[in-house]
Design a protein around this ligand. Structure first.
Ligand SMILES: [Ca+2]
Ligand SMILES: [Ca+2]
Length: 460
């Protein structure tokens, strides 16, 4: 009987696992504090499949995902006040939804962040401390007292992504400062007077700028990570009002997204523009968690009072159809979205032909256009010699290094496209109609990826 029950449980686990994403999908890991115990929702954001619930601890709040996507760390904040609450925990969940372990930390853990150093950092609000988890053995290696330095009631935490900048940044609501923790020697430097009630924090991809949501001021603080000076405080509320900025995320293009819980909006800060902000209205009620997909194409916003994820397109700022999260109170505070990092590009195989018929025996080349858009200038960005289609390299000039390219607007949209020529007989494809993948790199080393369809006819 016990074996039968065990078998049934395993069958259920396996069937729910197979419903999950493959590693190539973008996943959102959303904390839901509406249930007891709390739930982590595994949301395949592209598939339209129902979110898969996984039980975690009490009142889950923060989320961090390891850089390789293998595990998710959830802070279980617990109920009650600092006076009444007991120590909180971190649930460690494998990407397939199974629980690996539960790690005890201190009182009321809120923000969680994964560093480039294999550690996970936890801000314990009621203990005024930072727990440091070694992800190799899932043990707390170190607990840094922030109170010792005068920092009180930490909430948000972010790690500098650059390995040579060994710093973790903690927002402290009780003392209105940003604590800069050196992860080599665990010393702490405080940036005092940063503003009122700092909450969410994020670091730019190059590690040089820190962004802090000032919930008490309606502003975003822009902090220079080298000088530790506050460069600017930017209004992120309608007409300069304060509508409670909470979460912050940085896109791969450098734009910063700030959730405003009281005006149901996301403010987009582009420091290269003047004025620097724009707004995405029409997200759900009381948004808190915000994260950008690793490919840079989408912003996901967790609406804590309308049980949904809003989806914003980064290319044009449009709010797309939301993803419903039935019956939940999603906070998802932190960097809760993980997925492939390649920049998605649109391609046109054999421009001018819809059939894309290819004769593998032709010993010629097949033209492929990488299409440009308002945010992606293919002829400028793409290193054409790195491009492959279905594994086949591009045609090179006589020097054996430089790709043969054309720059023309193949689809008449006003954006000049990049046309390369792949060696047809090197394509690895079966006969008939088949999906093929284009891969390559930008001159700055980012991966690009596009998909198309070809119809292979027998060669002679
Ligand atoms: Ca075509
Ligand atoms: Ca074009």
């Amino acid at each position: 009987m016990r074996h039968l029950v065990f078998g049934l449980v395993m069958a259920l686990l396996l069937s729910s696992s197979s419903a999950l994403a493959s590693q190539s999908s973008t996943m959102a890991f959303v904390t839901d504090s509406a249930t007891i115990p709390g739930t982590l929702l595994l949301v395949n954001v592209a598939s339209g499949q129902s979110p898969v619930p996984v039980s975690v601890g009490s009142a889950p709040f923060g989320v961090a995902v390891l850089p390789d996507g293998s595990r998710v760390y959830v802070s279980n904040r617990g109920f009650g006040s600092c006076r009444t609450s007991s120590n909180g925990t971190i649930s460690v969940i494998y990407a397939d939804g199974t629980l690996k372990t539960t790690i005890p930390v201190q009182k009321m853990p809120m923000g969680v962040a994964a560093g480039p150093d294999g550690r996970v950092y936890v801000a314990n609000n009621c203990s005024h401390s930072l727990s440091v988890i070694n992800t190799a053995n899932e043990m707390v290696d170190m607990t840094v007292s922030l109170m010792k330095y005068g920092s009180l009631s930490p909430r948000g935490v972010a790690a500098n992504p650059i390995a040579t900048m060994p710093y973790v940044y903690v927002t402290n609501r009780g003392s209105d400062d940003l604590a800069v923790v050196n992860t080599n020697d665990w010393s702490v430097v405080r940036i005092t007077g940063i503003g009122n009630d700092p909450f969410g924090v994020a670091v730019a991809k190059d590690g040089k700028t820190i962004y802090v949501a000032l919930e008490g001021d309606g502003k975003l603080a822009v902090v220079n990570a080298i000088t530790l000076l506050v460069d600017a405080r930017i209004d992120v509320g309608p007409f300069g009002s304060n509508t409670g900025p909470t979460g912050v995320a940085v896109g791969r293009d450098g734009r910063v997204y700030v959730t405003n819980t009281e005006s149901n909006s996301v403010w987009v800060v582009d420091l290269t523009k003047n004025p620097v902000t724009s707004v995405s209205k029409g997200v759900g009620a009381k948004p808190v968690g915000v994260a950008v997909s690793p490919d840079g194409s989408r912003v996901y916003v967790a609406n804590s009072m309308s049980a949904s994820l809003s989806v914003i397109s980064t290319s044009d700022g449009r709010v797309l159809d939301p993803i419903e999260l039935p019956g939940s109170t999603p906070f998802a505070f932190g960097n809760y979205v993980w997925g492939p990092t390649a920049i998605p590009v649109a391609i046109d195989i054999k421009p001018g032909s819809n059939q894309n018929t290819i004769n593998l025996g032709s010993h010629g080349v097949t033209p492929v256009a990488i299409l440009s858009s308002s945010v992606f200038n293919a002829p400028v960005l793409v290193n054409p010699a790195t491009v492959t289609l279905a594994g086949a390299p591009v045609q090179l000039k006589g020097d054996g290094v430089t790709a043969v390219v054309e720059e023309r607007d193949v689809n008449g949209d006003g954006f000049v496209d990049l046309v390369v020529h792949v060696q047809t007989d090197a394509m690895v494809v079966p006969q008939g109609e088949t999906a093929v993948v284009l891969e390559g790199k930008t001159w700055t080393g980012d991966d690009i990826r596009g998909e198309g369809t070809v119809r292979i006819v027998p060669g002679k």
